[in-house]
Design a binder for this molecule. Structure first.
Ligand code: AHR
Length: 497
């Protein structure tokens, strides 16, 4: 098969906000306990955080991490997690039917996030709680001193304010499973008033209003319109969540999951812009795609069937080569919308639908999906360029006709160019002719790919390097043209300097 791309700096989509490469740590399963935090582990630091896990997190170059939920936040009392650990209450986490010991709270998390070079994106509880708690937590985190809450933070060891910038106004409040689930009107009013109070405490905050839990929700679209009608002036971003999995043996549809992500983003942009127009608002909202990933939800028994336990292994999906190719393609979709998507959070970071896995007392390793995420995060920074693509297409049962090649380019501030490309054809390789005549200085580089004779191959604790990116060779442009051959079912990075 053959395809072509034209890369031209004139086809500018927008600058990449580094926060596109964010992640998510929820008090869920073994993400916090036995994940990032395991006192007694041979690699634990003086605060009980695993150094080996922190090292793998740093390898992802994650600029922002959403915390502490997720569904967890909707019945969480953040005050339970501050002060001397021995005084903290253990509680039942209603979202995941787990015992929350509160041994890790926002102060510990904040210190850990700083150590992995990430800022925190904090979610407030708008399920069981409201305006008062929301303004109190901002005061605790961001007010310098001289008030009850800011002085409590200082007493707990943080003399300087944390300066947490991005705040989520609740989580998935449209979902009937959410503790404190609300109608769009109820939620929109509460988000507007909580957000107003939070901004009065710290005018520098960026606020994220909760959009639909996914695009299959019965209230999808209407939820956004009503909630935004109430809260538009108060907020900066609207959240999006989407998870993908292969259904049955329909791998072609799964490999085209990014088509769904593209359409979903376009729909939310249209809805937000509709509210902007009808409300005569000046500002344009941007998107925080603060939960996305491959997640085999069909394997999850449902939280109502879980026995209550401490740090139970939940949602510990093991990812294949195919999953890694889809993750790489979802990152291409996010980049393609860099003009409107400012924040992205792969959900989640450790053990729970995660790029990093751990064994208690044992090793930590990279799942397959770690690799496209790390490479896109490291090299996909600069200005996103639309690539004019010509590609063969095929039919899929979930998305109709889709292109077999999907690609995007990033022009880096150092003058280099990176093309991220996916070959969705499971069986045939694809020769791609890249027209670089507008960038004559770029002649040489490398081609790295994730592809394998076994598309179901995985990494595990015994064979953690089974699937890694492979260097396919040098990329050399000749007369402004470069031809690369993408293996079947592959994610590719062509990097020219
Ligand atoms: O990431 C797992 C869960 O998925 C989150 O808690 C929730 O927000 C979403 O439904």
């Amino acid at each position: 098969r053959s395809a072509s791309l034209i890369v031209d700096p004139a086809f500018r989509i927008g600058a990449v906000d580094p926060r596109l490469y964010g992640s998510f740590v929820e008090h869920l399963g073994r993400c916090v306990y036995q994940g990032i935090f395991e006192p007694g582990h041979p690699s634990a630091d003086e605060n009980g955080f695993r150094r080996d896990v922190a090292e793998l997190v740093r390898g992802l170059d994650v600029p922002i991490i959403r915390y502490p939920g997720g569904n967890f936040v909707s019945a969480y009392n953040w005050e339970d997690g501050i002060g001397p650990v021995r005084d903290r209450p253990a509680r039942i986490d209603l979202a995941w039917r787990s015992i929350e010991t509160n041994h890790v709270g926002l102060d510990e998390f904040q210190r850990w996030a700083a150590a992995v070079n990430a800022e925190t994106m904090m979610a407030v509880n708008l399920g069981t709680r409201g305006i008062d708690e929301a303004r109190a937590i901002v005061e605790y985190c961001n007010h310098p001193s001289g008030t009850a809450w800011s002085d409590r933070r200082r007493a707990n060891g943080a003399a300087e304010p944390y300066g947490i910038k991005v705040w989520c106004l609740g989580n998935e409040m449209d979902g009937p499973w959410q503790i404190g689930h609300k109608t769009a009107g109820e939620y929109g009013r509460l988000a507007a008033e909580a957000g107003k109070a939070m901004r009065l405490v710290d005018p520098g905050v960026e606020l994220v209003v909760s959009g639909s839990s996914n695009s299959r929700m019965p209230t999808f679209g209407t939820w956004e319109r009503i909630a935004l009608t109430e809260a538009y002036d108060t907020v900066d971003h609207i959240s999006m969540h989407s998870y993908y999995q292969q259904h049955g043996d329909d791998r072609d549809s799964f490999l085209a999951a990014a088509v769904d992500m593209d359409q979903f983003i376009d729909a939310i942009v249209a809805t937000a812009d509709h509210v902007r127009a009808t409300g005569r608002h000046a500002k344009r909202l941007t998107i925080a795609f603060d939960e996305w990933n491959v997640w085999y939800q069909s394997r999850f028994p449902g939280e109502e069937n879980l026995p209550i336990a401490e740090a139970p292994p939940l949602l510990e999906d093991v990812y294949s080569v195919t999953d890694a190719v889809v993750v790489g393609n979802l990152l291409i979709s996010l980049l393609r919308h860099a003009d409107r998507v400012r924040i992205g959070c792969q959900a989640q970071l450790v053990n729970v639908i995660a790029p990093i896995m751990t064994v208690p007392g044992g090793p930590a390793w990279r799942q397959t999906i770690y690799h496209p995420y790390a490479l896109t995060s490291r090299y996909g920074r600069g200005t996103v360029l639309r690539v004019e693509a010509r590609s063969p297409a095929h039919d899929t049962s979930a998305h109709g006709e889709v292109a077999l090649l999907d690609a995007v380019a990033v022009l880096r501030d150092d003058g280099g160019l990176v093309v991220f490309a996916v070959n969705r054809d499971q069986h045939e390789e694809m020769a791609v002719d890249i027209d670089l005549r507008s960038l004559p200085r770029l002649v040489a580089g490398e081609h790295v790919a994730i592809a394998d004779a076994d598309p179901d191959a995985v990494n595990d604790q015994h064979n953690p390097e089974r699937v890694t990116p492979r260097r396919l060779g040098d990329a050399k442009a000749d007369g402004g043209r470069l031809t690369v051959v993408l293996p079947p079912l592959s994610w590719n990075m062509i990097r020219l300097t």
